[in-house]
Design a protein around this ligand. Structure first.
Ligand SMILES: [Zn+2]
Length: 99
């Protein structure tokens, strides 16, 4: 478990949707992320987000390992997925031909 002060800073992973939309055209909060630390898989929205660090930090809900780091500043958009063994994005459903 993170230290008590860390628990006060954390947000729901859904809060990562806006910043990540700058880099990705799909909503990654529905993507499944497999943690490189413990191997558990969960939707990105179910992860724990720390948005007040120099970079946005997304941690595994099972083991708190850093799964994703993202920074947007004058140097550009930087994404570190070292802590994600796998990210799976389900493509959006095709519009129905019937109708
Ligand atoms: Zn983990």
């Amino acid at each position: 478990m993170p230290a008590p002060e860390a628990q006060d800073r954390r947000l729901d992973g859904n809060a990562a949707a806006g910043p990540l939309a700058e880099l990705f055209t799909v909503d990654l909060t529905a993507a499944m992320a497999t943690c490189a630390g413990c191997g558990s898989t969960a939707p990105l929205a179910a992860h724990v987000l720390y948005a007040d660090a120099p970079a946005m930090v997304v941690r595994c809900p099972s083991c708190t390992y850093v799964v994703l780091r993202f920074a947007a500043d004058g140097a550009g958009l930087r994404l570190d997925l070292t802590g994600a063994r796998l990210i799976t994005v389900t493509p959006p459903a095709e519009p129905s031909a019937a109708g």
